[in-house]
Ligand binder design. Sequence first.
Ligand code: 13P
Length: 346
Amino acid sequence: MSARELIATAKAMVAEGKGLLAMDESTPTCNKRFEKVGIPQTEGARRSYRELIVTTSGLGEFISGVILFDETIRQSRKDGTPFVRLIADAGIIPGIKVDTGAKDMAGHPDEKITEGLDGLRDRLAEYFQMGARFAKWRAVITIANGIPSRGCIEANAHALARYAALCQEVGLVPVVEPEVLMDGEHTLERCCEVTEKVLRTVFNQLYTQRVKLEGLILKPNMVLPGLTCPKQETVDEVADATVRCLLRAVPAAVPGITFLSGGQSGELASARLNAMNVRFKSRLPWALAFSFARAIQQPALEIWKGQQANAAAAQQALYHRARCNSAARLGQYRTEVENTVDSRAR
Ligand code: 13P
């Protein structure tokens, strides 16, 4: 796989008006979300739900790539057609989550280190064979009293860079995801300071590990006040703080930034992404797009409830959120777009 192909894939992932749909919840996370809305936590139910997503008609208008989980990349539509084939036929690039989860970090109370480097080279080769063209690895950074520590930031950044180098070796575009969590009372300024430090450390490590910046996608958090912080900034203030932070820490050679939603509502995530593109799009070196799981899927999951009879309405809701985020990507998201009833998806 040549550098040229890697770069072409990375560019296609942030094509104008498009972004990524994360549907890579691990089995425990997917089960937790199912349990909340009363869906049985079985392999069959997870397969049916993922089939609903990948067979949503017209999704490829707004979605450039989907991120799958190991169980999902091996699954098929009821008639036996592999999901990966359906996704590629819809003009969408298949991707795969390859970390094995964030675990408690030794010597670092309340902090996590993401695992999954052992045996990664062979797993990546298998995923490439199966049709994946990009991968994802998520590091988790918590803000609280006295944390994040230097040890936690550096270890996670190092693992992200090792993963990214292995991805590029096999021809997969690495989606590099250092997530600073929203949980906590911290202010927007503190989130900005931590996010900048984390991103600077990640890019130092990517450089040390000889990762090609042109062939990766960054998936960061938006710069937000903590969920329980009494002061909650406006949409425009969040957009300004996020872009200011990214401009300081993300090299211009990176083709695109696809935000995670992190527990924001669908509408707020769209509004904030939109504000960034309205205010800064023409002046930025990289595309600002999305790689949302909950902020795209949640309404569809709540409508579906595990019932086939609700599948069409759920697909309509999924299509709608994808469309809203596509508009946000272009700086064209507004009330009329949010209130449009989409009948395109069937
Ligand atoms: P959320 O958009 O729900 O935060 O999920 C994105 C993701 O892929 C987290 O790793």
